[in-house]
Design a protein around this ligand. Sequence first.
Ligand code: Z5A
Length: 218
Amino acid sequence: MAPPILRQGVFITFEGGEGAGKSTLIEQVASQLASQGYHVVKTREPGSTFLGEHIRSLLLDHSERVVSPYSELCLFLAARAQHIQEVITPSLEQRKIVLCDRFNDSTIAYQGAARGLGLEKVEHVCNFICQGVQPHLTLYLDIDPAIGLSRARGDSPQKIGEHDLDRIESEGIEFHRLIREAFREIHEKDPTRFRLLDASRPQPVVTAEAMQAIRAQL
Ligand code: Z5A
C-alpha cells in the first residue's frame, strides 16, 4: 500500500503536568501513525538538539542554586529557537508529522503562571521567537497534579515529597496546581487547537481519543 501523502507537515504538541502520560502517549501515537505509513518525528522540549540537551541538563539540574525566573524563561526559549531551526521547520518542510513533547503552552503555564511572569507577556515572547511556527493541534493531558506526580515517580499520591525529583518537579503541589489552572485557561480560550483529554482514564482509552483528534487533523 502506498504511504499516505500529506499536503503539508503537521505539527502536534503534547502538554500536561508532571506524569500526565505525554511520553507514553507520544510513543503509542507514533507507532500507530508509523504503522499506517506516515513519516513521524518524535521530539521534546527542552532538548532534541545539541544546544537544547545542554540547556535541558542546566535547567533540570537539582542543585541548591537559585535560578531567576527570567533566566529560566530565556533558557527554555533559547532551546526552542534552536529546536525550531534544526528539527521542527525542516521536518515540516518534508511534510512529516512532528510529535513534540511540550512547547509554548508549557512556557506560558510554568513560567507565565507558576513562576508569575505573566501569561500574556510570556505568550508574546513565545510568539516572537517562534516566528510563525505554531502547533496545528495540541493534546493536553489533564490530571490532578497529586496523581501525576505520583505516577511520575511510580508510587502512591500519599508519598509526595519522598523522592529525588528534578528542580522543577520538586516544586510544591501549589506550583503544580497553578500550572493545571493555566493549562485549563488556555483550553477555555482556544478549545479547538488545545484539546483537553482526561488523562486519569486507562492509557488505551486516552490513546484512542488522541488518535481520533489526530485523524481529524490529518
Ligand atoms: N518546562 C518549563 O518549565 N517550561 C517550558 O517551556 C518547557 C518545559 C518546555 C521538562 O521535564 C520540565 O521542564 C517539566 C516542565 C518544564 N517540568 N518538570 N519537571 P520532563 O520533560 O523531564 O518532564 P515531563 O514533561 O513532566 O515528563 P514526565 O514527568 O516524564 O511526564 P509524562 O511524559 O507526562 O508521563 P509519562 O512518562 O508518559 O508517564 C508517567 C508514568 O505514568 C509512567 O509510569 C506511565 O507508564 C504511567 N502512565 C502513563 N499514562 C497513564 C495512564 N493513562 N494511566 C496510568 N498510568 C499511566
